[in-house]
Design a protein around this ligand. Structure first.
Ligand code: HEM
Length: 457
């Protein structure tokens, strides 16, 4: 005789009858998820309307979902619904199709291959600084967004988008804002993308604008057949090792679109939040400047300097601990499995939040303090692997992680040896948790030019 065992469910806060825990989440996603972990532990049961969600904050649980059970889960509903915009690119595709694309694209992101982009990153950062003046007030987040858009456009398809930056930025903004709206009212995810609602029409217009640009570049490249040494050239020539097939224009569009969306704002945020934290932590700022003086002595950084810019690297790591650009990732169970002692029924949504786990005092002493030096003595090896996961993990680990680190370190080093910043007093800094973790009103700063010898530049 088979004894029926009732499924073991994690504990969690009682939700409203129809909306579940949505009202609290909508008010403050990061805050509510943090409180849930404090009150209920490493795995918490939540409800978004009628959707059952396990919030997994415990590093071993995160490893189970992202690594051990990676074949039993797919990306969660919110990302799947974004396919109408993102297409079937690396971020949203699944199964054998995703595996083939990842295999085709991986070589383009090898350390040696991306090293070639280092000098362009520094050059573009220098170009941006030409117009910066001592005493100015700037929205440093807007600056970082423009810089990383220029960098990603140049590396993906060797195009200088300075003139088009505004159009691209506006289109990407429409898409991000639409996603934010849907995250706070998940019912909107049920509305088909084809429904003629104002929000859908705005998104469609933004997608059309970006598509026109991307297809034009793909066409020109196919016609000229030139190898520009950029990611698009690599993707155009990439061949599947099994059947020798190449990507169609639609697939190229989807991958290029995905790289722009995934690689632009995330890196900008790592830098924007770094300036925000540095502006409030003068001791860290001094140590950073000392390292830059010692290693670079006023010259521009190159790829060869990276191994020596250790403190600069920890400033980025620590920034992404406190303000992870990707702050919430999700999966959905295709098959039932066990998560520690809990059953995960098929169809369960699983959320993991870098914001919550990175601020857990169990793994990080004084978790709210900005202390880059905490990384210096091998902390990464002492904590559980998934106590810190700014780039996700397992097979779906961010493909651009080395690129992003290189970009952030080189840009930070180039800017920080010429300028320092102070926050404009009274200007509000508010978190806007969307697909990424944005400063809702930007980051307004006073610019202070450092006194360095021009001959060295
Ligand atoms: C600081 C910067 C960045 C952060 C914090 C970041 C974070 C992440 C995270 C957390 C994921 C995994 C999402 C999941 O598991 O659901 C991811 C995936 C991805 N990222 Fe990044 N990313 C950054 C920069 C970049 C850059 C520069 C690029 C491209 C040039 C890029 C391209 C991608 C792509 C294509 C994926 C999907 C990979 C796959 O599923 O195979 N990212 N990123």
């Amino acid at each position: 005789m088979v004894t029926k065992v009732s499924p073991l469910r994690p504990p969690g806060p009682k939700g409203h009858l129809l909306s579940g825990n949505l009202p609290e989440l909508r008010r403050d996603w990061p805050g509510f998820l943090t409180r849930c972990t404090q009150d209920y532990g490493g795995v918490v049961l939540l409800r978004l309307g009628n959707r059952v969600v396990y919030f997994v904050a415990d590093p071993d649980g995160i490893e189970t979902v992202l690594v051990t059970k990676s074949r039993d889960v797919i990306k969660n509903f919110a990302l799947r619904k974004s396919r109408s915009v993102l297409g079937n690119g690396l971020l949203t595709s699944e199964g054998d199709f995703w595996r083939r694309q990842r295999r085709l694209m991986q070589p383009a992101f090898h350390r040696q291959r991306i090293a070639g982009y280092g000098s362009r990153i520094v050059e573009m950062t220098e170009q941006m600084l030409v117009s910066w003046k001592h005493g100015q007030v700037r929205d440093i987040h807007a600056d970082m967004m423009e810089l990383t858009l220029n960098i990603i456009s140049k590396t993906v398809f060797d195009v200088d988008v300075t003139g088009m930056a505004h159009t691209i930025d506006a289109a990407l903004n429409v898409l991000m804002e639409d996603f934010t709206q849907r995250l706070s009212s998940p019912i909107l995810f049920l509305v088909p993308a084809s429904a003629p609602l104002p929000a859908n029409l705005r998104v469609r217009a933004a997608v059309q604008q970006l598509d026109a640009l991307i297809y034009r570049i793909i066409n020109e490249r196919r016609l000229s057949g030139e190898d520009h040494g950029d990611l698009l050239s690599m993707l155009l020539h990439a061949q599947d090792e099994d059947d020798g097939s190449q990507m169609s224009d639609t697939q190229l569009r989807d991958e290029v679109f995905t790289l722009m969306l995934a690689g632009h704002e995330t890196t900008a945020l790592a830098l924007s939040w770094a300036w925000y934290l540095l502006a409030q932590n003068p001791v860290v700022e001094i140590r950073l400047y000392e390292e830059l003086q010692h290693v670079l002595d006023g010259r521009i950084p190159t790829m060869d300097d990276l191994p020596n810019l250790k403190y600069t690297e920890t400033v980025i790591l620590e920034t992404m601990r406190l303000y992870p650009p990707s702050w919430l990732i999700g999966r959905e169970a295709l098959e039932p499995f066990m998560l520690g002692s809990y059953d995960v029924p098929m169809g369960t949504t699983l959320f993991m939040s870098q914001w919550v786990t990175h601020r857990n005092p169990q793994y990080f002493e004084q978790p709210k303090e900005f202390r880059p030096e905490r990384w210096a003595d091998g902390l990464a090896k002492r904590i559980p692997k998934y106590a810190y996961f700014p780039f996700g993990g397992g097979p779906r680990l961010c493909i651009g992680n080395h690129f992003a680190m290189m970009e952030a370190i080189l840009a930070l080093a180039t800017i920080a040896q010429r300028f320092q910043f102070r926050l404009v007093e009274g200007y509000p800094i508010a978190l806007q948790p969307s697909f990424t973790l944005r400063p809702q009103f930007g980051v307004q700063v006073h610019v202070h030019a450092r006194d360095i010898k021009p001959s060295k530049l």
